[in-house]
Unconditional design. Structure first.
Length: 130
């Protein structure tokens, strides 16, 4: 909840209580070990597609000028911040600041910059799998 970061759950357990708890926690996907490696990519793609679809149907509040201590306000901004956190080993606040600077440099709202960053990642991922 604090980071508003989508997550997938991987476990060796598939009992109803565990699955219900994972759903209650808001996981975007649940994978059971032992895992067939070919299950991962379709699960991740489906999760991103569902998140993108949900983001398009959710009226997002304005997110320009995100303060360093303010949580990300949309799933798109949260995912883009997560990419920057991973890529550059940044804290969440530093990743949001970097995303805002990128948006400012392009003269774009932060949500649009986040969408562009995620689109670029998807494009790179698609070209790497060919």
């Amino acid at each position: 909840d604090y980071c508003q970061m989508p997550f997938m759950f991987l476990s060796a357990f598939s009992d109803d209580a565990t699955v219900n708890k994972v759903n209650e926690l808001g996981a975007v996907a649940y994978l059971v070990k032992p895992l067939d490696i070919q299950q991962i990519v379709p699960a991740v793609e489906a999760a991103f597609a569902n998140l993108a679809r949900a983001a398009r149907h959710t009226a997002a509040p304005p997110v320009d000028r995100i303060a360093a201590n303010q949580p990300a306000l949309t799933p798109t901004v949260a995912m883009a911040a997560g990419v920057l956190m991973h890529r550059y080993s940044l804290s969440r606040a530093a990743a949001l600041q970097r995303l805002q600077r990128m948006a400012d440099n392009e003269g774009k709202p932060i949500i649009e910059q986040a969408e562009r960053l995620l689109a670029a990642i998807e494009l790179l991922s698609a070209s790497g799998s060919e």
